[in-house]
Design a protein around this ligand. Structure first.
Ligand code: HEC
Ligand code: HEC
Length: 293
């Protein structure tokens, strides 16, 4: 999985070097596709098993990277098998979302994801037929107490020391206002129980060439000072990092006495002694309730 992601990042990087002219024509294309979709609001290929099969293939190429195989959700995109959707309840809305992406989130517009000119209308309808075919009709799992979750988040569990939600909290870790809508429950639980297993990417990446992981960086400066923090930006010559006190340091690598990167997260591992399953479930309910607004 990791090597696929690396490949993907490289492709995105290459794409970002392409000319703006392509972007303009793409925008136009997306606009036209969007406009043509508004006409039909039902999927013309609904309940066609052959279309769903073709859609599954398309999905694996274009979407599974974020939404996971089987559309059950991955580290970077929500579970699409839930009937209840945030942006895309009707087929027409789903067509819009897949064509135009969701601005301010990692959900890309059709054709901007390194797959050349993107999918045709027919292929998008095939994907929608596929998504409908895997939706589970079961009621959503029982969720915890969001009000208590909020208390824990800002109180005993100390999450807000490092995470901002709706403009309140710390900055060392990623902003979590949108996390409930963008990651699966399993991915969030895993982030809390095993922070180092899979480091987070920023949720909104509009200003970045490609997503930056929250790697931990430890440096020793020329005058012998050790600084530990998370990576914000890095190139061959410089690194920008934030330390525990939220100070940002921009450092030239060749002036450092030592420079070390590690995949050991700055986030403490919350095992069941530190945070019970019930309390974690309440925090999840809180984070998910933010997404639903
Ligand atoms: C780079 C990662 C990424 C890729 C690739 C991607 N998505 Fe998404 N997608 C997301 C994220 C993140 C969201 C949630 C946005 C939000 O609400 O914060 C999303 C949301 C959606 C939604 C709306 C879900 C809802 O609850 O309303 C649909 C539908 C969707 N994606 C379908 C697709 C399809 C189909 C593809 C492939 C053609 C695809 N996505 C490719 C990241 C991705
Ligand atoms: C000492 C700082 C710190 C504390 C305290 C902390 N975190 Fe984190 N958290 C981080 C950092 C840094 C990352 C990014 C690296 C990683 O993924 O482990 C992160 C990542 C995450 C992610 C993954 C975000 C994503 O985009 O996928 C979630 C979810 C999360 N934290 C939730 C929590 C919750 C819930 C609590 C409280 C129970 C908490 N954190 C407490 C620093 C912290």
């Amino acid at each position: 999985m990791f090597s696929i992601l690396k490949q993907y990042q490289r492709r995105r990087l290459r794409r970002s070097l392409a000319t703006p002219v392509r972007l303009v024509s793409l925008t136009l294309l997306v606009y036209m596709v969007g406009a043509s979709a508004a006409a039909d609001d039902r999927n013309p290929l609904a309940n066609d098993p052959k279309a769903a099969k073709a859609g599954e293939y398309e999905f694996r190429i274009n979407c599974a990277l974020c939404h996971g195989l089987g559309a059950h959700g991955g580290g970077r995109g929500p579970d699409l098998t839930q009937v209840q959707k945030k942006h895309a309840d009707s087929d027409a809305e789903m067509f819009q979302v897949i064509s135009n992406g969701i601005s301010g989130t990692a959900m890309p517009a059709n054709g901007t994801n390194g797959q050349g000119v993107g999918m045709t209308d027919e292929e998008i309808w095939q994907i929608i037929a596929y998504i409908r075919s895997v939706e589970v009709k079961a009621p959503a799992r029982s969720i915890g107490n969001a009000a208590h979750g909020k208390e824990l988040f800002y109180g005993d569990a100390n999450c807000s020391l490092c995470h901002m939600v709706e403009g309140k909290g710390g900055r060392l870790g990623p902003e979590l206002t949108a996390v409930g809508g963008s990651r699966t429950r399993e991915a969030i639980i895993d982030s809390v129980r095993n922070p180092s297993r899979r480091l987070a990417w920023g949720l909104t990446e509009a200003t970045k060439e490609f997503p930056q992981e929250y790697e931990t960086i430890t440096v020793v400066t020329a005058d012998g000072k050790e600084i530990k923090g998370v990576a914000l930006n890095e190139d061959n010559f410089t690194v920008q990092m934030m330390d525990r006190d939220e100070q940002i340091h921009l450092l030239e690598k060749d002036k450092l006495r030592s420079f070390q990167k590690s995949r050991e997260s700055m986030m403490p591992k919350y095992d069941a002694d530190l945070l019970s399953d019930k309390d974690l479930n309440d925090i999840l309910a809180y984070l998910i309730s933010l997404g639903a607004k």
